[in-house]
Each structure stands twice: as C-alpha cells, then as structure tokens.
Design a binder for this molecule. Structure first.
Ligand code: BG6
Ligand code: MG
Length: 216
C-alpha cells in the first residue's frame, strides 16, 4: 500500500517546455561570443543552474572570462530568456498537467514545485498554474543544485511531510538523482534509457493518474 502524501514537480520539461527558449537565448549568447551552440549541447543543460550552464558553455567554446564578465553574460542571457517567457500563455502547459495537478489536489495530496529556475514564479503566473502549488522551492532558495537533494528536501519540509512520503516528477537525470538522494520515489518524464533509476518512466503527465501514485 502506497504511503505517498505529496507530489513534487520539476518545472522546465515537466510542466512547460521552456528548453526551446533556453536554447535560443544560450545560442544567441554563444554566437555573440564567436562560437556555435547546438540542440545537443542544450540537452546537457537540463536541470543545471544558470551559472553552471554558462560555465559549461564557455568551456565548450574554449572561452575564458572573469567572474565579473560571467555575471554580465548570465544576466544578458536571462534578459533574452525573460523576454521570451514574458510572452508565454496557458496553451503552452504540457498535456495533462493541469488535469493531473487538479486531480491529485482534489484527492488530498499536497503539491510542491522543485525547480532549479529562478524564473519559476513568473512562468507559473504566465501559464496560470501558480494556485495549484502549496509550496514553491526554486533556484532563488537553494544553495546546492541538482543532483544535490536540497531542492526536494526543502519542498518536503515546506509541505510538512517526510521525504519517503513524496514522489518527484522529473525530466532531467540530475533531477532523478536528486530525488533518489532525497529518499523519494521518482517518476521520470522522458526516456527510460536516460532516466535510469526512476521508479517509473512515462512520456508526460498525461500518462499518469491517481492509480499511478497508489502503485508506487
Ligand atoms: C532548469 C532548466 O529547470 O532551470 C535549466 O532545466 C536551467 O536548463 C535552470 O538552466 C535555471 O533556470 P533559470 O530560469 O534560473 O535561468
Ligand atoms: Mg526539467
């Protein structure tokens, strides 16, 4: 018998597909610095913080910058990214997300967001989902990025449940590892080949329901 009491959701790639906006903004930055940035490179940045992403990108481009310049570059990338997410609307919510959130809440489960993004509140407001979360933990609160479990442990603490009473929905391997390190169940969103260690892997939140939670 499952003893799950709470669902913790990653944002980018689980609730909305913002990877395309991250890609456009990082590519613009890389191009201005004189090198290219591919969709394949972008895949490696899933679940990784803005600062760590920039470090990786500069490394791929063979470019070295001072800390001060890195901060300027990260700020510039975020400005371009925010210009795009400012135009987001509820039709961009990934299939089944609103329905699943509503059904788990109606059934008495608590809900939290556990994201590396510092833009999570803006995105949830733009797509009109903010009211479906009891607790939001994101890149503004955490000091250690996924695969560190901090973001999910903070979510459990905020919801007043034990880690083993939580299930995490995650599309990045760093996030799956973070959830496992937190002692939580994890449903991977994506491919089973990539998301090794997840208790279950599905293609999206349209493929899960209350029965899924009971089976964990
Ligand atoms: C994660 C994304 O959710 O948030 C990463 O998967 C991104 O690609 C990270 O770098 C940080 O996002 P932001 O919005 O704070 O730049
Ligand atoms: Mg993600």
């Amino acid at each position: 018998m499952s003893h799950i009491k709470a669902c913790i959701f990653d944002l980018d790639g689980v609730i909305v597909d913002t990877a395309v906006y991250h890609f456009k903004a990082w590519k613009r930055l890389a191009n201005e610095l004189g090198f290219d940035f591919t969709e394949e490179d972008n895949e490696k940045l899933k679940g990784i913080s803005r600062t760590q992403s920039l470090e990786l990108i500069l490394g791929w481009g063979g470019v070295s910058k001072t800390d001060e310049h890195k901060l300027e570059l990260a700020t510039l990338k975020n400005k371009w990214y925010v210009e795009m997410i400012d135009e987001m609307h509820p039709e961009e919510i990934l299939p089944g997300t609103r329905e699943f959130l509503e059904s788990v809440r109606d059934a008495g489960y608590k809900t939290a967001l556990g994201s590396a993004s510092k833009n999570s509140v803006k995105i949830l407001e733009k797509v009109n989902l903010i009211n479906l979360f009891d607790v939001i933990v994101d890149g503004n609160e955490v000091t250690a990025s996924k695969p560190d479990p901090q973001v999910f442990l903070e979510g459990a603490r905020g919801l007043n449940v034990n880690p083993d009473e939580c299930v995490v929905f995650e599309d990045a391997i760093a996030g799956v590892e973070a959830a496992l390190a937190a002692g939580m169940k994890v449903v991977g969103i994506g491919s089973a080949e990539t998301l090794t260690g997840a208790d279950l892997v599905v293609s999206g939140l349209d493929k899960v329901n209350l029965e899924t939670l009971k089976g964990l």
